[in-house]
Design a protein around this ligand. Sequence first.
Ligand code: DGL
Length: 264
Amino acid sequence: MNDNRPIGVFDSGVGGLTVAKEIKRLLPNENIIYFGDTKHLPYGDKSKETITKFCKKITKFLVKEDCKAIVIACNTATANSLEEIKEAAGDVLVIDVISPVAKKVAYELNQNIGVIATKATVNSHAYKNCIRKHNRHLKVIEMATPLLVPIIEEGFRNTSISKSTIETYLAHKKFENIDTIILGCTHYPLIEKEVQAAFQGRVKVIDSPLIVVNELIHQMQKNNLMGFTEEPNYHFYFSDYTENFAKLAKQFFGKSITLELKRL
Ligand code: DGL
């Protein structure tokens, strides 16, 4: 039997759209509810307590909307509030963006792994801890790159501003010998090409959204949660209107989506 309840996805802003887009691509017959907490963006500079407070509210909202699974499409939320989110979700399946990626990277041909992420993710060492839990021989070098989220949210991708910021961060000496890079923030796939260009093909960039959605599919199959809706519904909630959010949501999901302001 099909379970046609929606999959809930959330992030502080547009970043989680990179994961939602991959869900739509690989699960084209599933309904999706997305929550972008644009009012409280960025999460990456906030304290664990504050991030957890926002995430719990959003999770409870998605549970109330009858979501069958919740994807935390935010590394900062995962790194700081995973247990609290799971608790707020109750019986609802929760998929995070760090553990599937860490596991995959730990068992592949990578030795020196660089991670770029928000300050709150880097300070938690979630990637280093999670990767080294699987393979203690790997070197994991984490770097906070806090200017990237505002650049992306303000629509400055593919400009001289994004180019010089990315190049300055990635030229850091501690990334000299990395063979792999994890984009440890769901906003960063939006600048993946620019990251690749900065490394001139020298470093493998991990496709996190694909890994995360494969894990979602695996868990949904295991828990009998697969649905089939001929014409699925894509409902986007945001806590504050931003031009960029509406533009990107439409660009990724088409014009017929529902966009709704929702203050929690
Ligand atoms: N996209 C988020 C992440 O993956 C958070 C960005 C932010 O709000 O600072 O960490």
